[in-house]
Write a protein of this length. Structure first.
Length: 233
């Protein structure tokens, strides 16, 4: 059940705390627990049946939060798909079905929060890894967590190169937002090519640039990152 495709990532970074956004049944958390047995894990998953599985398979220290994360607190429609780990706050588009056979099956209401509504990020042991896999909602998660980003050491996000969900921001949008908040792209993992579409998705690792302020000197990288270049005039 662990998401073994992420093993290389966990050879490249260290984790003092994991914030797992879109934790599903705990596949990524379980792998982090294996590599970092004492790291606190905060797992966010709005589908409560998946959350119960997560709690049954991931060892302590673990805190499960039955919320979707976004730009503001409230309730929202959550679109449940034929592959439940592809469910999203965004409506699946035709490219999603073409890429992976995913179709919409139902919708439910879920609770939405901002990261800092739930966690005091400053109190978490570092280095902090924030993993985000929320099927097109990654940028909203980041915008809602903007106040906490200076406290986070690395961000590992699934990004898309085509619109799999209606209104979905693409990889370039997420990279530009994080660049503006002091992060640089450090690695690309698990590049997926869909038949008839071409480059479709990948997992991007962003780390706090050496030139950006950070708390306490924590670094998640096993290998130091170079200084982030300035934007050309």
């Amino acid at each position: 059940m662990p998401a073994l495709e992420h093993t290389r990532l966990l050879q490249d970074i260290t984790v003092g705390t994991l914030i797992d956004v879109g934790a599903n049944r705990g596949q990524f958390s379980l792998l982090v627990r294996h590599h970092f047995p004492n790291a606190p894990i905060h797992a966010f998953e709005p589908l409560e049946p998946e959350g119960r599985v997560l709690q049954s398979v991931v060892a302590e220290p673990l805190a499960y939060h039955p919320f979707a994360l976004g730009t503001h607190a409230g309730e929202a429609t959550f679109y449940v798909t034929s592959k439940r780990d592809s469910s999203s706050l965004l409506v699946p588009g035709v490219a999603q079905e073409a890429a992976s056979g995913v179709t919409l099956t139902s919708s439910i209401n879920v609770r939405v929060a901002r990261l800092t509504d739930i966690l005091d990020v400053a109190a978490l042991p570092g280095p902090i890894l924030m993993k985000i896999d929320v099927q097109g909602g990654e940028l909203d998660v980041l915008k809602g967590a903007a106040d906490a980003l200076p406290l986070i050491d690395s961000i590992y996000a699934e990004v898309s190169f085509v619109n799999l969900y209606e209104g979905q921001p693409l990889a370039s949008d997420i990279t530009a937002f994080l660049h503006d908040h002091g992060f640089m792209l450090r690695g690309v993992y698990n590049h997926y090519f869909a038949g008839g579409i071409g480059p479709t998705q990948a997992d991007f690792l962003y780390v706090r640039a050496a030139s950006a302020p950070a708390r306490g000197g924590d670094s998640s990288l096993r290998h130091p990152a170079p200084t982030m270049p300035s934007n050309p005039a």
